[in-house]
Design a protein around this ligand. Structure first.
Ligand SMILES: [Zn+2]
Length: 422
């Protein structure tokens, strides 16, 4: 395998998911044939004169932002806030876009293109310091503005001249005005971030990296209460949930949740489960503060079989396929007498990634027990799924005190939705 190529795809694919307009190399492009990518008919200008005219706009927009900030002690939430007081509204549309009279192609070029979502839809420019929220993980969210301000700081002296505040994608190369006012371009087949790698790394440009010391904080009252009639053998994971089913628990893809999974006491793949939340485990390069181990899952009974409802999340987003046979987790059974048994969780045999292409055959014998969708999967023509691993207990007469779920820190992050003993 050509590692440079893999690394390149990861950078582009992950930055693409940040909502940052970027070059999508062929392999990733095949992976995102979404109908939301409204690029038909769009042709970036390569004319130097058109670019120069746009540069003038960018300088004036930057001046207006500076004036706005001076007057309001904050940045505008959206560029439309600048006009009419600080800027002629005409300057919010690239002269080239005005000429081709096609304002819409410049927005929503990619799914969840936050930086184009000016509520007045009156600009062709992307505003990267907008007030749009970025949910990161339970209890922690940021905005584009705060994330970009932290990024400027993290980059130190280079930051103000590097981090774009306003961008024009109507040209090739793409035009950017940096936070500090420098106008520069980046080739359309490269992310602006790549111009600064090294010394910075791919991870440096992720919002997650800037928020890693802000722990996951779930509000236990937000989970559906466990039904009083639910049998004890449907283990109660309430204490161990660190993510909600109906809300994103990692920032990308956006609007990517398990809302379509029926909640409560549910039969899935012929097994009854108590479905109300999930326990996400960490993985190598998972840029989110999830634990490596979840311990002390109370059992207090003997059992012939244990069923786990689970799947994995690729790390980073849309990373290359995991190799079948990779151990992604180890679940440990702790018997009351002090003995323990390990259940290796093997990629391809026990589970696979939750996000998948229903048209693409995959290696590995694991078959999904549940399939569903969410807004992100629909937009990318993908589906989501969960798997059941049923483990035969060799010590069926011994009482099991507890279970622990341990990530093997592979390049995919396991999560467990429910556990049932029988
Ligand atoms: Zn332009």
């Amino acid at each position: 395998m050509n590692h440079n190529r893999v690394g390149r795809i990861r950078v582009a694919a992950t930055l693409a998911m940040l909502g940052v307009m970027c070059f999508v190399p062929p392999a990733a492009a095949q992976d995102t044939p979404g109908k939301d990518v409204k690029t038909a008919g769009f042709k970036a200008s390569r004319e130097a004169a058109e670019a120069d005219a746009c540069r003038e706009h960018l300088h004036k927009i930057h001046d207006a932002i500076t004036a706005f900030e001076g007057a309001h002690q904050r940045l505008p939430n959206w560029l439309s806030e600048l006009s009419p007081a600080y800027l002629d509204a005409k300057l919010l549309v690239c002269p080239y876009v005005t000429r081709i009279a096609d304002l819409s192609s410049w927005r929503y070029r990619n799914i969840r293109e936050d930086v184009f979502q000016d509520p007045k839809e009156s600009t062709s420019y992307a505003y990267e310091f907008c007030s749009k929220e970025i949910p990161l993980w339970p209890g922690v969210k940021t905005t584009w503005r705060e994330f970009k301000q932290r990024l400027v700081k993290r980059m130190g002296r280079a930051g103000e001249d590097a981090v774009p505040i306003v961008r024009c994608f109507a040209h090739e190369p793409i035009l950017n005005v940096a936070y500090g006012g420098r106008v520069y371009s980046n080739p359309a087949n490269k992310d602006w971030e790549e111009l600064f790698m090294p010394p910075f790394t791919h991870e440096d440009f992720h919002p997650e990296t800037l928020y890693l010391n802000e722990p996951v904080m779930v509000d236990r009252k937000r989970f559906l209460p466990r039904a009083s009639k639910t049998e004890a053998r449907l283990l109660d994971l309430s204490k161990h949930y660190n993510a909600y089913l109906d809300e994103v628990w990692l920032p990308y893809p956006r609007e990517c949740d398990l809302k379509s999974l029926p909640q409560g006491d549910q039969e899935i793949g012929g097994v009854r489960f108590d479905v109300r939340g999930l326990a996400q485990l960490s993985a190598t390069r998972l840029l989110a503060p999830y634990p490596t181990n979840v311990t002390g899952v109370k059992v207090g009974a003997s059992s012939t079989k244990i069923h786990f409802l689970h799947a994995t999340r690729p790390v980073p987003v849309r990373a290359p396929d995991m190799a079948v046979g990779t151990r992604v987790a180890t679940y440990v059974i702790h018997y009351e007498n002090g003995a323990a048994a390990e259940i290796p969780i093997i990629y391809g045999r026990d589970l696979k990634n939750w996000w998948f292409d229903p048209l693409k055959p995959e290696p590995g014998s694991a078959r999904a027990a549940w399939e569903g969708e969410n807004p992100a999967s629909k937009a990318f023509q993908r589906k989501i799924r969960l798997f059941i691993t049923s483990w035969q207990n060799p010590r069926k007469d011994q009482t099991i005190a507890s279970l622990s779920l341990n990530s093997a820190m592979a390049e995919t992050a396991p999560f467990v939705v429910a556990i049932t003993i029988e």
